[in-house]
Design a protein around this ligand. Structure first.
Ligand SMILES: *[C@@H]1O[C@H](CO)[C@@H](O)[C@H](O)[C@H]1NC(C)=O
Ligand SMILES: *[C@@H]1O[C@H](CO)[C@@H](O)[C@H](O)[C@H]1NC(C)=O
Ligand SMILES: *[C@@H]1O[C@H](CO)[C@@H](O)[C@H](O)[C@H]1NC(C)=O
Ligand SMILES: *[C@@H]1O[C@H](CO)[C@@H](O)[C@H](O)[C@H]1NC(C)=O
Ligand SMILES: *[C@@H]1O[C@H](CO)[C@@H](O)[C@H](O)[C@H]1NC(C)=O
Length: 396
């Protein structure tokens, strides 16, 4: 009896000791894990790319010499009409994009006048430029946003640009996509209330650009399109910005990092991104479809300068198995659909190293792919066959 209770006491002591030991070990592990997270090394774009199973890759071509925007040509012509100089080919930034960037319906949707290709405005500040030969062209894409411009579809002053590129064709929706670019805001950039930055769009096969928009206030019902872009907000805060089929009650909208808005797009991870004016910010965004279409497990990862800042696995990109990732949605303007978003000054934003990658094609099916619709059809077909058989057996 005494022996047993002593043994019990001993084993209690041992258990307590083990427990304490485990607590210490766990807390050590936890602090080690926190340290690792804090010190997580920034990934290169190639390392981020290598994590996905991409089968196609497109690097937006850049011209070998600068190309003006239609807007700047017009203002130069007004000052000094030297039409005897032979025009360059292509003659404008818009024309270059339409010729070389596989734009859907061979057109710029909005703001074709505001596109030019210029020398890298931040290169002069890079003292090690001579030892770095990573980029073949030192030209970058420049977008102009004249004073007073916001949402070009509604504003009185047009500014910014929007177009769709389908470098992998528009026949096959893809299961996965990665969009990468460097964005450069000039020193002292006035962020106002916010503006759009490029992303990707999803559509039905053979839909060059999403038919019902899924942007500009036209909501996605998940049956034909979706869009996932980035945005800057006031003071250079950033976020992912989505038109996807999610209602207020969905797990996605209830996620603490998501702000759902019934009128416009949904904000994801606002404040997880911070843009610094006066230099380049490297953005990489990777997305995979929810599969099947009735199951809300789409993914989104956003990296800023190689650090993972948004990581979601509950994104409902679509409700129909016919919809998949299609291409680049280049989109950049101040706005916002209201005048308070307008830029009070002529503004510029720069883009370079634009790259789009696609994973395997998604397999296409009607409906949500839960199997129920097809099963019901098959069951009723089977029941019908059996009934016919029984009837034949009874009556013949
Ligand atoms: C520039 O000059 C040419 C011919 O000299 C004329 O046809 C054209 O309209 C002029 N353009 C402007 C913007 O004045
Ligand atoms: C620059 O490019 C050349 C040829 O492509 C290569 O041999 C050289 O190592 C590169 N230099 C640096 C600093 O990467
Ligand atoms: C939104 O839908 C309306 C009506 O279908 C259409 O006229 C408009 O162009 C769409 N907007 C966008 C941005 O697609
Ligand atoms: C979603 O879940 C299905 C299985 O339920 C899986 O096959 C698919 O890969 C998942 N999608 C993602 C993006 O994780
Ligand atoms: C239902 O029928 C279709 C076409 O007859 C067939 O392809 C599919 O595999 C069937 N599904 C099931 C669950 O049996």
């Amino acid at each position: 009896m005494l022996l047993r209770s002593r043994a019990a006491a001993q084993s209690r002591t041992r258990r307590t000791w083990l427990l304490l030991h485990m607590i210490v070990l766990t807390s050590q592990c936890l602090s080690a894990a926190t340290a690792v997270t804090a010190e997580a090394a920034a990934l290169t774009r190639d390392q981020i790319y290598a994590q996905g199973e991409f089968v196609k890759n497109w690097i937006a071509p850049m011209p070998s010499s600068p190309i003006q925007s239609i807007r700047s040509m017009r203002s130069n012509n007004n000052n000094n009409n030297n039409s005897d100089t032979t025009p360059a080919t292509p003659s404008s930034g818009e024309e270059y994009i339409v010729q070389s960037w596989v734009t859907s319906s061979r057109s710029i949707e909005m703001g074709g006048n505001d596109i030019s290709f210029v020398k890298d405005p931040f290169q002069a500040t890079t003292t090690t430029a001579s030892s770095d030969n990573s980029s073949s062209s030192d030209l970058v894409l420049q977008i102009e946003y004249p004073k007073g411009s916001y949402a070009p579809s509604v504003g009185p002053v047009e500014g910014g640009a929007q177009f769709y590129s389908t470098p992998f064709g528009d026949k096959t929706p893809y299961s996965k996509m990665m969009i990468s670019y460097d964005v450069g805001f000039p020193d002292g950039f006035n962020w106002v209330l916010g503006g759009k930055l490029p992303g990707v769009y999803g559509a039905l096969p053979n839909d060059g650009s999403p038919r019902q928009g899924c942007s500009g206030g036209n909501q996605s019902n998940g049956e034909s399109c979706f869009t996932m872009r980035l945005m800057w907000r006031r003071n250079g805060i950033g976020e992912a910005y989505a038109y996807v089929p999610a209602d207020g009650g969905s797990a996605f909208c209830k996620d603490s990092s998501v702000e759902c808005n019934n009128q416009f797009g949904k904000s994801i991870g606002r404040g997880q991104i911070r843009f610094q004016a006066g230099g380049w910010t490297r953005m990489d965004m990777i997305m995979a479809l929810n599969e099947p279409a009735g199951h809300n497990n789409g993914t989104l990862q956003v990296y800023i300068n190689g650090l993972l800042v948004i990581d979601m696995d509950n994104v409902p990109y679509r409700r129909s198995g016919m919809v998949g990732f299609e291409g680049l949605m280049f989109s950049s303007f101040f706005g916002g659909n209201d005048p308070p978003f307008a830029t009070p000054v002529d503004a510029l934003v720069f883009f370079k190293n634009i790259q789009l990658s696609a994973g395997p094609p998604s397999h296409l099916y009607e409906g949500t792919g839960s199997g129920s619709e097809r099963l019901i059809l098959n069951v009723s077909a089977a029941v019908l066959t059996i009934m016919l058989g029984v009837m034949a057996a009874v009556f013949l």
